[in-house]
Design a protein around this ligand. Sequence first.
Ligand SMILES: [Zn+2]
Ligand SMILES: [Zn+2]
Length: 750
Amino acid sequence: MGFRPAVYTYATRHGLGGWVLNSSRGVEIEVSGPSDAINAFVSDLQNSPPSQAVIEHFEVSDLPDRDYEIFEIRDSADFAGEFIPVPSDLAICAECTHELFDPANRRYRYPFINCTHCGPRYSIIKAIPYDRPNTTMSSFTLCPDCAREYHDPTDRRFHAQPIACPVCGPKTWFQIGANRFAEEGNAIASAREFIQAGKIVAVKGLGGFHLFCDATNPQAVERLRARKHRNGKPLAVMGFNLATVGTYASLSEAEIKLLQSPAAPILLVDPTDLGKHILSSISPDQTRIGLMLAYTPLHMLLLEPAPGFPDLLVATSGNLSEEPICYTQEEAISRLSSIADGFLMHYRPIHHAIDDSLTQMLDLGKIQDYPIRRARGLSTLPLKVPDGPQVLGTGAELKSTFCLARQGRAFLSHHLGDLQNLETLQAYERAVIHDQSLYRIQPDLVSCDLHPDYLSTRFAQSYANSHDLPLVQVQHHHAHLAACITDNALDPEEPVIGLMYDGTGYGSDGTIWGGEVLLGSCLGFERAFHLQPVPQPGGDLAVREPARMALAYLLTAEYSVDDLEFTFPPLEFLGEGKVRVITAQIQEGFNTPLTSSMGRLFDAVSSLLGLYHTVSYEAQGAVALERLTNADVQDFYKINFNKGVINQVALIAQILKDLQQGLPLPLISTKFHNAIAQVSLACSLALRERHQINKVVISGGVWQNLYLLKRTWALLKTAGFVVHIHHQVPANDACIALGQVAVALAQSKR
Ligand SMILES: [Zn+2]
Ligand SMILES: [Zn+2]
């Protein structure tokens, strides 16, 4: 990130001799000269480091008998086994953008322009230290002009490892099927023509392939959705810059800053009236648009505004649903040919695939990040954990990540996806090996979920066996609690109240948990309150068919099948035959685990209200329910608890009564959300009274429901609680690996 050039500039400005080098211990500097000048140099460096730099630790000591004539930048030194930071992929900077569109510049319209402040990093690194021979750029020999810039400490491309130009760097081409159709400048023009004509183009980008099409053309979007088998799931869009996206989204200052940051994530933002038009085709259930700005020069050239060319393009990961993102040409051709009409390719190899990050800004008293997927630009940033043994946490199964920790830093991997998919599992195993070598972590300890069938648990067991390491199994919701404690840098040993609401987690008693109020720290926990367990007929099938959960709730609420009318939406959907089969299934307990899942409760209510009886992705019903909420409604359904069991089943009679009386669905949905917020408060109050604990942490996928989060937060705040939510890592299962590491570290200390 240009640290050594900054040191060079300051040292020569103050007339000092000496040297600077990157080592695997950090940046090391020796200087000689008058003490006034040295003091001024040190204060310059501490007070104005390069813009992307974060100084974690700064140490100064006196060395006798040094007298250097000149100041120089020396070669990197590697001390085997020592940790050095791994840089993130960075969005194109303002200066490179300017040069990209400057006809006088030698890199005018060159799609791989970059500098020490921007460009690929993590995705092209094969090994550390981060020097060109250790990246996928090693096969491109620098031309004399690039070599001069690379070696000149006063140049802004001094030691920019991916430095390239039209003479010596990678090039693009456009391909249809197996045939090369156009080269270089014409390649991007061809891709643009295809997109403008409503076709779908696969584009090799920074961390993998994206599928692009015209976001303002509903037929094109529909075609993409059908070919990708993505049904109702939202699609992200990309715009050239703020000016072109401004008509579609209304952006706050904080949102603009985040969109333009070097991490350049996809941000969920509110649409304008024009934006609402395209929303129905790109994100049918959502109220917000997933928006990003072109973050590489290639994407800028692809999206450059022109008459007749769309302002917004769909830019979704280049994969079939559930598969990992494609990152090699061969893979793209074999896996994406059924989706894409053409391919925009380039010669810079991607060593390690990485998806786009997805986040949102949340205003809870102060404006903060509330991430959903942590990947490109963010995943190499360490999270603080207590010092201890080196640990590998293998995470959950859906939205899987893993976490590696050493010397007080935890590295939560980027989002890898659903491990039940074979390609994803293979990508996960590759990523563990790759990150272990990048961060130089040889685990002393492995931690994983309690679920015996999670593929991440099996991976942890075989890893621990083959390396002869101890294995720590952590209950799923305890891991959520520990992740939120770590995310907020709370004392790992201080007990807190935890509202852990999600879809599925293996409980300590072997049943499925998910509506859990815990009392605990990273050391351990007590299951203080939980939803009343109800049957989940068909197991995972009930996740895809919320109507099954609606029926299970009806029966638990003591409605008998004979009393119910088969015109009632969930029953009408299932049909009388299936209703009777499922009822018998529940009575006999056949393939019907018990669950206290909050996610399944939302599914059931969404089906009772006639929203979704079957879903194409998890939480589709909950998303639709949230969409109906109205923040002006204060009314709520009454739920009590008795000896730690919350009687959420009491909701069913109240909801049915309101439905029969013809109350509007938004009112019913809001009363339901408010009921969950109220019972969360009631549980927290009871625990505060019993244990004098005033801190509440909130984690679990259900909390991606912002209405529920805001309402609960407000109630807890008013009651005087100190409330902590996630802000660096997602509240969903992507945080589990971090929680596993935090628990393993806390327990190993004891
Ligand atoms: Zn730059
Ligand atoms: Zn060159």
